[in-house]
Design a binder for this molecule. Sequence first.
Ligand code: UD1
Length: 440
Amino acid sequence: MDKFIIDGGRSLKGTITISGSKNASLPILLSTLLTQEICTIHQVPVSRDINTTIRLLEYLGKKVERLGHSIKVSPRRPLKTYAPYDLVKQMRASVLVAGPLLARFKKVRVPLPGGCAIGLRPINIHLEGFKALGASVSYQKGDVILKANRLKGASIKLPFPSVGATENLLMSSVLIPGRTRIQNAAREPEIVDLADFLNRMGAKIRGAGKSVIHIVGVKELHGAWHAVIPDRIEVGTFLIACSATGGDLILEGTCPEHVGALLKKLKACGAVLDIFPNRIRIRMKSRPRTIGEIKTEVFPGFPTDLQAPWMTLMCFSRQGRCRIQENIFEKRFMHAAELARMGAQISVAPPPAGEAKSAPSRRSVGGGVDGTTVVVHGTGHLYGAPVMASDIRAGAALIVAGLAARGRTEISRVYHIDRGYEKIEEKLQGVGARIKRVKE
Ligand code: UD1
């Protein structure tokens, strides 16, 4: 297992080129299961989750060729309709094979992904949607089995705008006869990118990026090429890192409109931002100012995937408290205890009075688990310490902490970080950070 060793305290200066979005690449690569023809996807990041997706496609019967950031997917043999547990447990997004395989073969068997470090993460919304399209759902030995004699377009109202459920239902309904309407759909940029790719394959999707998506099923889809959108979470991580260490960073190949909520908060923190169509320059000269409150929300709100790095940033503010409310996942504060090892002062707080009612409908989802709130008391500094990554973004938060902390930080379990960030240490070395990867 690898670990990162970071000698903190250096400001970041230079240019970083942003990779393609991991979260957009996963469903786009899996939607090649919808066609027998060749698809080529460009700007796919090199990361562990992408490797897992490639293994999954190969297992199911596709031929996958990779050249740098481009991936060509072609038919090799008749497709299997079962995803193996050892791949699903490595990457829960593997459940996204259900939509395309159900639509093509009217049956699919997928292991239930189970919980993970950030919460229960059930797939009930996916399954209710498939039922509305005509599938029956049964369970056997930890797997969920979907079957249908006949699938038919339907009007589906999601109880929560789940990203994965919206993707799975999009990928099935494009090949299902009739009209499908997904209400309360997720509006994340990754949904729009998936719909763009599916439309290039011949699908008829309207309204992606809005709350209601309309799909008219077609008989078959053909091969297509696509270039994946930039990774907005990688952009956000580097913007936050620069705000914590100070410096002057240019991020090339970005979509600034995908990180609007973060940019607003960073400005309020004192960052100077120059926004261009494909580039963001950030300059930070002082300690970040405290922001009173951050609440994670569905897009275009503040993304849950940047909550952990944001918590680190607030540790470096000098005075004041930042209240951080996580509304998307119920267990997403594992990094707080690791940050405390580096001297962070973080306490758990109940949500403010009246808040429980006004927060997003998350509470009605998946067993009604409440969002949680913590308060960061900024002290202006952290100290290096040995810490452990518990998930991708918690790991990113520890990297930000290590970069801006005094002294040496050792981060173990960096395989979590490798799932979602492409060569993060090399990108950071290129802008002056002292970070190296060593074998544990
Ligand atoms: C995706 C992203 C992840 C991001 C998240 C929210 C990928 C591969 N991952 O995850 O990085 O943090 O969106 O922006 O794109 N839920 C249910 N039942 C369901 C589905 C979801 O209760 O059937 C709950 C989840 O437990 C969670 C919340 O809804 O608490 C949001 O989940 P969802 O939007 O589906 O996130 P993912 O697609 O898993």
